[in-house]
Design a protein around this ligand. Structure first.
Ligand code: GRF
Length: 193
């Protein structure tokens, strides 16, 4: 990723839209000695996102920008990230698509977690589609973010077996447990740790 870890941890922002369970796992990881990153900022496009409570609990700066005017929200966001000296971004259940221009500003420094074995099932409703297609396996992927949706270089994946009576909800739950382990592992990998 071209970032040197050195002594100081890399100041990282996490973007969320909902529950924030991945945010929680990233915060916990960031507080361990082996973590190359610290979580210093949380952005949500949704003021009701439950994940915002973690920012409060762990005393992390947070901001809500509704992205109704994407241009304006991103402009605002870029300046806040600059003020907070943010060097890296982890998308964690963030439901807005960032513009090419924004991604360029953080080129190679934005990660995303997606609940499928990419390149399969990009976009929404991944579990439903995997079940409809009678897949034997699904899983999760951490990848670098580029201008095309869920298409950047894959950092790490974890496969899970789909059981006989699997439902969308049970599969989502099973994969989420793995997501919480995969994201920290992928960050270590990105930093060659
Ligand atoms: C996760 O399944 C993530 O892969 C997807 O949205 C979900 C977010 O969950 N993009 P949470 O908000 O981290 O609990």
């Amino acid at each position: 990723m071209g970032l040197s870890t050195g002594y100081k941890k890399i100041r990282t922002a996490v973007f969320i839209s909902g529950t924030g369970s991945n945010l929680k796992s990233l915060i916990k990881f960031s507080k361990t000695n082996k973590s190359p990153i610290s979580i210093d900022f949380v952005l949500s496009n949704n003021s009701k996102a439950r994940g915002l409570d973690y920012a409060k609990k762990y005393d992390i700066k947070k901001k809500v920008l509704n992205f109704k005017n994407k241009n304006l929200s991103e402009k605002n966001l870029l300046s806040v990230l600059k003020v907070n000296k943010i060097e890296m971004i982890c998308l964690a259940g963030f439901m807005k698509i960032l513009s090419k221009n924004f991604i360029k500003k953080f080129k190679g420094k934005i990660l995303n977690i997606h609940p499928s074995l990419l390149p399969k099932y990009k976009g929404l409703n991944t579990h439903k589609r995997a079940l409809n297609n009678k897949e034997k396996y699904s899983g999760c992927t951490v990848h670098l973010v580029n201008a095309r949706l869920d298409s950047g270089k894959i950092v790490l994946q974890k496969k899970v077996r789909i059981s006989k009576n699997e439902t969308e909800a049970s599969l989502a739950k099973k994969i989420l447990v793995q997501e919480h382990k995969l994201y920290p592992k992928a960050i270590l990998k990105v930093f060659n740790l």
